[in-house]
Design a binder for this molecule. Structure first.
Ligand code: ZN
Length: 196
């Protein structure tokens, strides 16, 4: 897709569920750091909070662009907040592994343990387009490190279920089938289903 002209973002955001095809698309970089982008990020936060999530990626609301929002402090449920916007992010200097139970707003009712990098640098642009770098260590308590790896996957057309072993998939298969059936009923076609 060509990056000519301003990106238009939807005014009303709806969280799309598996197997919506946009969840399988490689998202394109954000190139305009303008008022439209800031307003869109604000709507993403509102949508994420309403759904009680700790992270939301643009493809999950049907916008195939490389950005996501997080507020990992929401997990504690004690009123704390740590709002962050990550644009055009990437992982550098990854080492070690950690396993956490994950869920996803696009897979309601599905939870599974996923193994990801333990320590890494997260390089991204902020809302003004400035490059930022965070060093995260999951084992040392950076739960944000789990969230950003999950959300980065969304920008690459991947979902957390892709990381599961065959045995783990067996445990969530029934729920996936239900979602596939619901999608087909609503859209009259199959969507982008997991090939397992
Ligand atoms: Zn997700």
């Amino acid at each position: 897709m060509a990056n000519s002209g301003p990106t238009t973002y939807p005014d009303v955001l709806t969280i799309l569920q598996y197997p919506a095809p946009v969840l399988r698309k490689l998202a394109t970089p954000v190139t305009a750091f303008d008022e439209r982008l800031r307003a869109f990020a604000e709507r993403m936060f509102e949508t994420m909070y309403a759904a009680k999530g700790v992270g939301l990626a643009a493809p999950q609301v049907g916008v195939s662009r490389r950005l996501f929002v997080t507020d990992h402090a929401q997990r504690d449920g004690n009123g704390h907040s740590d709002r962050r916007v990550f644009i055009n992010p990437r992982i550098e200097n990854a080492s070690g592994e950690e396993t956490y139970e994950e869920g996803c707003l696009s897979f309601p009712g599905v939870y599974a343990k996923v193994t990801r990098h333990n320590r890494f640098d997260f390089v991204y642009q902020d809302l003004l387009g400035f490059e930022q770098r965070l060093t995260l260590d999951v084992e040392a308590g950076d739960f944000l490190g789990v969230v950003v790896q999950h959300e980065l996957d969304h920008l690459d057309g991947k979902v957390f279920v892709d990381h599961l072993t065959a045995a783990q998939v067996t445990l969530v298969k029934r729920r996936l089938r239900e979602m596939e059936k619901d999608y087909k009923t609503e859209h009259g076609k199959a969507g982008a289903v997991l090939r397992r």
